[in-house]
Design a protein around this ligand. Structure first.
Ligand code: 3HC
Ligand code: NAI
Length: 693
């Protein structure tokens, strides 16, 4: 039998045709793959010697979906549906042989085969929702016909991958075969189907699972309600629900037409464009132009952590989770005991949700060694300092580490704002020094800013990035400046938020605008959560800022049940008349005219100031590319993924508009506010941040 084209091959093993796809890296359904599959199915179906067809993939995975790089471009025929129709209508059984991940369009192709066999390590799923889409090749119509409506809703709105065993139990796979034998086992399965004259099982014809859901529209509303918080702001989950509902309410082809219409709407919208952009941004962020993939890395077998406070303990948990032993050093025994106690408590909390067993907790805790001596860190391959945010203390610690820790080890600091070049002056090996800026809570938050100092070596950078990946984090490589990327942009927003308090807005007005835009909370709610007394001292307080006055009145945030807001026992926030009074007094003293500030102004001043700061960060080469800034803000601060990050958002608004608005706000932005020359230039040239490749 002939090779169909460079990426699809057709061969025969006796009366079984083997149609194989070889299109690295993930066998995505590019034009050539679709064309090859269609040709292959047609050729095999019309060969009288062929009694069954096995569809299998080379490389690390079964087809992992449509080719996302083709989205937004004109579609070259054949379309996927044409390929699927040919498979489903084939006169001989078509068997999908699955390994790796059968995802999205790939899984939808498998659902058009008459049977599916897989190795147990294989997974399947419909992750389109994560790209702001819905399965647009029959997935929303076929899936509920196999697994029922409830499980289908869960799968399409979460996008989660289902493991082999679960897929077998749910009827998504017909048989699991031993690892390493997929091809032979699939051929044997095909022979069995032929020998036993098994029917051509077409998922589209099944109806019993849907019948169970008919006349119960309330189950869809219940599902919406139960997930309202998770779905807030996103279009795609709702569209997925509607498409599954169409499977229940309409015959197959009508349902398919509704699915298509909804799919096209999503595909043309800004949310999906943003989410697809983020998909690629998350992969690009690891690529460092001057640190190639083959850069030598340092094996990390033992990690040292200094400081068992809020950050040290959380950071340490990440390493224990992947089985790396940790030596944790504190200044005093009680602080060490307290820190390790918090770690244990956090792990024990996970046993309540069933994520860990008590045995897991003990196993993880056994990886911790506590000490009061920095000397205990001598043999560590990586040491992360998480002591008080004070340059002199950190320099002192690094000076000692330099004398104690073995050569070749990485010396990292978790500072959130100090100058790492200055910290590095305390050691004779500045090439070993790097910032690993974890976010709080460090065992939960996905982001790590990896901060490259002036002398940081490439192996130290490569190792830090690889390690972050191993920890399940997403890392952005940034340069040294006050606040690095994330907090520097946060600060730009805070300046505007604080300025607006002086002009007549209340914290809850500003927070509401930011929350409704899609962030999990606004700047003042965030300050209350973190604690208003960070960096505040009762001895040195001078009543010169609103924050200081709040602290002086013991309004230190959520932990004292009062901050900018008042809190009840369930930590529900209410606007506070006390705070309002304090702000009004400050505003009166400032002499600024008071007015009602519109939600549009709140958003524009907060968000455009962030965009402007992002542009400066690019100018100064503190971030490698605009999408890295977006990754920081999505993963560190909860910027809504469906808006693609502040830099992507700026492109959707239009940079001319951003600059015009900033100019319009003029003096209100503050006397030190300056518009970034890069931002101005891009706007003048009619360009986007996306053009800065
Ligand atoms: N289209 C195009 N390129 C893709 C792709 C796709 N569907 N999936 C992955 N890639 C690319 C990645 O961009 C990456 O490229 P790079 O090496 O140049 O950065 C490369 O393949 C490898 O990807 P990963 O680094 O993610 O590899 P992993 O092994 O970690 O993960 C995976 C593999 C689980 C398949 C993961 O890539 C993934 O989840 N892919 C997306 C799956 C998906 O969303 N499918 C649905 C697509 S939409 C669709 O099918 C619509 C349909 O309903 C009509
Ligand atoms: P913390 O006050 O909770 O913990 C610091 C710990 O370090 C204390 O337990 C203290 O006893 C210990 N310590 C101080 N000096 C020491 C020394 N010489 N040797 C050994 N232990 C010593 O502080 P937190 O919040 O954990 O912050 C630590 C670092 O992380 C700071 O640099 C901070 O800026 C940074 N950071 C904090 C974040 C947060 O949200 N809390 C977020 C990101 C970074």
């Amino acid at each position: 039998m002939p090779a169909i084209n460079p990426v699809v091959d057709l061969a025969a093993d006796g009366e079984i045709a083997i149609l194989s796809v070889n299109y690295p890296p993930v066998n995505a359904l590019s034009h050539q793959v679709r064309a090859g599959l269609l040709d292959g199915i047609r050729t095999a179906s019309t060969d009288p010697a062929i009694k069954a067809i096995v569809l299998i993939c080379e490389g690390k995975t079964f087809i992992a979906g449509a080719d996302i790089t083709e989205f937004g471009k004109p579609m070259q025929p054949p379309g996927l549906v044409e390929v699927q129709d040919a498979m489903e209508a084939a006169p001989v059984p078509v068997i999908a042989a699955i390994h790796g991940t059968a995802l999205g369009g790939g899984f939808e192709v498998a659902l058009c085969c008459h049977y599916r066999v897989a190795v147990a390590s294989a997974k399947c799923g419909l992750p389109e929702v994560n790209l702001g889409l819905l399965p647009g090749a029959g997935g929303t119509q076929r899936l509920p016909r196999i697994v029922g409506v409830e499980q289908a809703l869960d799968m399409v709105t979460s996008g989660k991958h289902v493991d082999g065993k679960t897929a077998l139990a749910a009827g998504l796979f017909d048989e699991l075969v031993p690892e390493g034998t997929l091809r032979a086992s699939a051929i044997a399965f095909a022979r069995k189907v032929v020998a036993e004259h098994r029917p051509l099982k077409r998922v589209r014809d099944a109806d019993d699972k849907l019948a169970a859901a008919r006349g119960k529209p309330e189950m869809f509303d219940a599902f919406r309600k139960a997930n309202a918080k998770k779905f807030r702001g996103f279009l795609a989950p709702e569209y997925n629900i509607r498409a599954v509902q169409a499977a229940v309410d309409h015959p197959f082809d009508a349902g398919l037409a509704i699915e298509r219409k909804l799919f096209v709407e999503l595909m043309q919208g800004t949310q999906s464009a943003a989410q697809r952009y983020v998909f690629f941004a998350e992969r690009q962020v690891w690529k460092i132009p001057d640190v190639p993939d083959d850069t030598q890395t340092i094996p990390i077998k033992r990690v040292g952590i200094i400081g068992a406070g809020t950050m040290g303990g959380g950071i340490a948990m990440n390493f224990a989770n992947i089985g790396i032993p940790i030596t944790i050093v504190e200044a005093k025994q009680d602080a060490l005991d307290r820190g390790l106690g918090v770690v244990r408590k956090n792990y024990e909390r996970s046993t309540k949700s069933g994520r860990l067993t008590m045995a897991d907790v003990d196993q993880r805790m056994a990886l911790f060694t506590g000490s009061l001596e920095l000397e205990a860190l001598a043999d560590c391959d990586l040491v992360i300092e998480a002591v008080f945010e004070n340059l002199a203390i950190k320099q002192d610690v690094f000076g000692k580490l330099d004398r104690i820790v073995k050569q070749g080890a990485i010396l990292a600091t978790n500072t959130s704002a100090l100058d790492i070049d200055q910290i590095a002056t305390a050691v004779a090996r500045p090439e070993a020094v790097i910032g690993l800026h974890f976010f709080s809570p460090a065992n939960v938050m996905r982001l790590v800013e990896v901060v490259r100092a002036r002398h940081t070596s490439k192996p130290v950078i490569a190792t830090s990035l690889a390690l972050a990946k191993k920890l399940g984090k997403i890392a952005a490589l940034v340069g040294v400046c006050p606040g690095f990327v994330g907090n520097r942009i946060l600060y730009a927003r805070s300046q505007q938020a604080n300025a607006m308090l002086m002009e007549g807005a209340m914290p809850w007005d500003i927070d509401k605008a930011i929350y409704d835009f899609g962030l999990p909370m606004g700047p003042f709610a965030m300050s209350d959560l973190a604690g208003l007394d960070i960096g505040w001292s009762a001895e040195r307080t001078s009543s010169s800022t609103i924050r200081e006055v709040l602290c002086e009145r013991n309004r230190r945030g959520q932990k004292t049940a009062a901050g900018f807001y008042d809190y009840d026992e369930q930590r529900n926030a209410r606007p506070s008349p006390v705070t309002e009074q304090i702000i009004r007094e400050f505003a009166a003293r400032s002499g600024a005219p008071q007015r009602t500030i519109s939600e549009a102004e709140i958003l524009e001043r907060c968000l455009y100031a962030q965009i402007n700061e992002g542009a400066k960060i690019l100018e100064e080469k503190i971030a490698i590319r605009p999408s890295d800034i977006d990754i920081v803000w999505i993963n560190g601060y909860g910027w809504p993924v469906y808006r693609g990050g502040p830099m992507f958002y700026a492109d959707t608004v239009g940079l001319r508009e951003v600059v015009a608005k900033l100019e319009g706000y003029g003096a209100k932005l503050g006397k030190d506010f300056a518009i970034s020359p890069l931002l101005r230039q891009l706007a003048a040239d009619g360009k986007r941040f996306g053009d800065l490749k």
